[in-house]
Design a protein around this ligand. Structure first.
Ligand code: CAA
Length: 395
């Protein structure tokens, strides 16, 4: 049997509080259709004080890891642009919380929303180069924060995606070669002294589409494939309208009757993103999970994936859907998690928004408040972050 490498399991966690964007529109005196249609978002996840990137990643990864995984992972990559420490990798807290064995490399990567794709491709190369290695855990966890009453406010969100990468994966086999492009631009950034991002909003959307054109063209040149070789195309989804623009750009030359399938799949691939908002580096993989969870894909379907991280780096790659992949998803867990979230008023959201991003060096304690979370952030003691697990890990 040919050796394949790819995604064997996907876990997902997002905060258990959300704001409906119709409520935000009313508070900001904006037509709700601008948010729901113009931006293409319905709700956004709001981070409570008992969660951060580490606990969200632990909550996502604990859904998928069993004891054998914990023993066999020898590389743990934590992708984030919402780092909690300038030096120590969030991967180390995660390794401890998840009881992943110590004979593993564990580190953090950053390149805006591209980080998890960098992690995924490193994982591929690691398994391809080291026959004795068996499993790699890649997580992407972020909190998208632009600020109250800013243009970016409606595109906030938070959450984590955990990907277990193995040989003979049960969900998706990654394909080589891939196409990538990088260039130093100022479309979105967050200097060290800020806990909210700065964005040149319109410019950032133009760059996303320009990098898509460049990587897609390069991908076709490298592989001789065309759009007809792809069953569906998935995008980094900072907000669903931008992915839709990407798909319109890619399908511009197709006859109307050939376009429908791509747009139908796109709609299925954005069901979760519309409810959660921007996950930054996890957003492409949340879109992937959304498609896999909603839709029965034909055997051997080839997916195109477009990853974009401001600053900027982009990559276009493809993956083959594996037979019987549906037996290895946790659709009910994901749907229940979203259905059980608590709706906030705008005043409650604004209060929570102002509480997070603490920079104080004093000791403080935080009580657990997220009912479905197994892991929570308990506060700070002696300038050390304290993480707690509510119940023992199951095997
Ligand atoms: N009914 C329906 N649609 C309406 C409407 C109404 N009443 N009013 C406006 N709209 C439409 C507009 O026509 C527009 O649609 P098009 O883009 O198709 O023209 C859309 O709603 C948005 O309107 P504006 O352009 O006026 O929106 P804005 O100026 O308020 O800002 C934004 C939009 C630039 C995306 C802003 O939300 C922002 O800065 N977001 C953060 C930056 C971002 O997400 N960039 C994405 C690329 S960078 C990246 O991908 C990395 C990452 O994750 C951040």
């Amino acid at each position: 049997m040919e050796t394949t490498i790819g995604i064997d399991k996907i876990g997902f966690y997002s905060p258990e509080y959300y704001l409906d964007l119709a409520d935000l529109a009313a508070a900001r005196q904006v037509d709700p259709a601008k948010y729901k249609i113009g931006i293409g978002q319905d709700q956004m996840a709001v981070l409570p004080p008992d969660q951060d990137i580490v606990t969200m990643a632990a909550n996502a990864a604990s859904q998928i890891l069993d004891q054998a995984d914990r023993e066999q992972i020898d590389l743990l990559i934590f992708a984030t642009e919402s780092g909690i420490d300038q030096s120590k990798a969030a991967a180390l807290y995660l390794q401890e919380l998840l009881a992943v064995n110590h004979k593993a490399r564990a580190f953090e990567v950053k390149e805006a929303c591209y980080g998890a794709t960098a992690g995924l491709q490193i994982a591929y190369d690691h398994l391809a180069a080291h026959p004795q290695s068996q499993k790699v855990l890649v997580v992407g966890a972020d909190v998208a924060r632009y600020g109250l009453a800013t243009a970016g406010e409606v595109t906030q969100g938070a959450g984590a995606i955990a990907l277990l990468i193995t040989r003979q994966p049960r969900l998706l086999a990654l394909q080589q070669p891939t196409a990538y492009y990088s260039e130093e631009i100022m479309d979105f950034w967050r200097p060290n002294y800020r806990d909210t991002a700065l964005a040149d909003g319109k410019f950032s959307t133009e760059q996303y589409l320009r990098f898509l054109a460049l990587t897609w063209q390069d991908y076709q040149a490298k592989t001789n494939m065309t759009l007809a070789d792809l069953t569906a195309v998935l995008f980094h989804i900072p907000f669903t309208k931008l992915g839709l623009k990407g798909l319109r750009q890619m399908t511009a030359d197709l006859a109307a009757s050939d376009k429908d399938n791509y747009f139908d799949y796109f709609q299925q691939a954005t069901v979760y993103n519309r409810q959660v908002g921007n996950l930054y580096t996890g957003s492409l993989y949340l879109s992937l999970l959304s498609l896999l969870d909603q839709q029965q894909l034909p055997a051997g379907a080839r997916l195109g994936l477009y990853s974009y991280g401001s600053g900027a780096v982009a990559e276009f790659f493809t993956a083959l859907v594996q037979p019987d992949y549906q037996q290895h998803l946790q659709v009910a867990v994901h749907q229940q998690q979203l259905a059980q979230r608590q709706r906030l008023t705008v005043a409650e959201y604004e209060q929570l928004f102002q509480q997070t991003g603490l920079t104080d060096d004093q000791d403080y304690q935080i009580e657990p408040q997220s009912p479905q979370a197994k892991f929570y952030f308990a506060g700070q003691h002696d300038q050390r972050r304290i993480y707690q697990r509510k119940e023992p890990l199951h095997s």
